[in-house]
Design a protein around this ligand. Structure first.
Ligand SMILES: Cc1cc2nc3c(=O)[nH]c(=O)nc-3n(C[C@H](O)[C@H](O)[C@H](O)COP(=O)(O)O)c2cc1C
Length: 351
């Protein structure tokens, strides 16, 4: 009995906090994280080398952004309990070649919170990516200015446009990027490996991009990944791009983030910022659709740089997004804590 009580007092704050944090977004919903509870105040955060993107994100920059969002969500979820977190990194490289299932990444310690948290942790549960059509209204200038202020606090710039020609260009580039990725064997294998064809598969695996979340029937997604050559046939190619572009209709505002993005600490801080930006939008009922592949795909990135050459800071742009209001999008699956929390005896020798 005493033993059981001591185990539950050990895990109590962490279970509560991690029930929120596990809902953090990650590229392709890979959820690269695992946890080991070391004490009531200390958590070992690990990465799973099999849940990284060595082909399309070889330096791990977008996977690290995911870890930054996760840690920001941990901090926000800990706030009502009076805690904040201190992070000590154990590595600054997410190594896909590592053969351990859970590799030490950082220790997180709960410390008394010094300043009040302005974001309600319930927003974490409401936040979603919306790839649906938007309601054909530009995002409010007040919200955009608030987002810019948050970005500035992290030394980043958030620029936006609600000008139709700019919006159309960005949305079309994102549609084209999906085709660039599928034409590249490395990206096709990697991205295709995270697509869950049908809800049964998504529910069973609790990760990845379901065809429902992507807004296309499973058979079409399967054809797109496995028989991509079909989509390069004249006529079909144009039709497919038009169909995908149409799925993003009603978009009236696009934005792009620029700032320090050269090394691990930049990527991690950018993730913490993106987490706050995303929850701030959620508070206002505004959804986000990140166009991360425009940055990771070399051909799309080149087009973007040429297009934005007059904008300035073009070399520092690390994320392009569309944002707006839409119907409630389907929710992406997440792994449960029983799968994400490692038993203590499995991790001791890895610390
Ligand atoms: C760094 C990062 C990059 C992303 N890039 C893309 C992208 O290029 N295209 C896309 O449709 N979604 C992108 N997403 C959204 C994820 O696919 C999404 O967060 C994940 O599937 C979980 O779904 P949810 O946000 O609805 O919970 C990105 C997310 C993150 C954190």
């Amino acid at each position: 009995m005493d033993h059981e009580r001591s185990i539950s007092s050990l895990t109590e704050p962490w279970h509560e906090i991690l029930q929120y944090a596990r809902m953090a977004p990650s590229p392709h919903n890979i959820q690269s994280w695992r946890f080991a509870i070391l004490s009531a105040r200390k958590l070992l955060l690990q990465y799973d080398p099999e849940r990284l993107l060595p082909g399309t994100d070889p330096s791990g920059r977008f996977c690290t952004v995911g870890f930054g969002i996760l840690c920001e969500f941990i901090s926000i979820a800990a706030a009502p309990l009076g805690w904040d977190i201190e992070i000590e990194f154990l590595t600054k490289r997410l190594d896909p070649g590592h053969d351990r299932h859970g590799c030490p990444y950082a220790t997180l310690t709960l410390v008394p919170r010094q300043s009040a948290e302005t974001l309600d942790r319930e927003l974490i549960l409401r936040r979603r990516t919306s790839r649906l059509p938007y309601y054909d209204e530009p995002v409010s200038i007040y919200l955009l200015v608030e987002l810019q202020t948050i970005a500035e606090q992290y030394g980043h710039y958030l620029e936006y446009s609600s000008e139709p020609a700019q919006v159309t260009w960005v949305v079309r580039l994102n549609a084209a990027t999906m085709f660039y990725d599928m034409a590249d064997p490395v990206a096709r294998r990697e991205v295709g490996g995270w697509i869950r064809f049908g809800e049964a598969e998504a529910k069973r695996r609790k990760d990845g991009l379901s065809s429902l979340a992507m807004g296309f029937p499973a058979w079409l997604m399967k054809l797109f990944v496995n028989d991509n050559w079909l989509f390069n046939l004249p006529g079909i190619h144009e039709l497919a791009i038009a169909l995908y572009t149409r799925s993003m209709r009603g978009t009236r505002t696009v934005a792009w983030l620029s700032g320090p993005f050269a090394e691990h600490d930049h990527w991690f801080a950018a993730g913490r910022m993106l987490g706050r930006l995303w929850l701030t939008m959620t508070r206002e009922g505004v959804y986000l659709h990140p166009f991360g592949s425009v940055i990771t795909n070399p051909r799309a990135h080149q087009s973007m740089c040429e297009h934005f050459s007059d904008v300035g800071r073009v070399d520092d742009i690390w994320l392009l997004v569309r944002l707006g209001k839409s119907e409630t999008p389907p929710s992406a699956e997440r792994m449960g804590l029983e799968k994400l929390i490692d038993r203590e005896d499995n991790v001791r020798d890895g610390i």
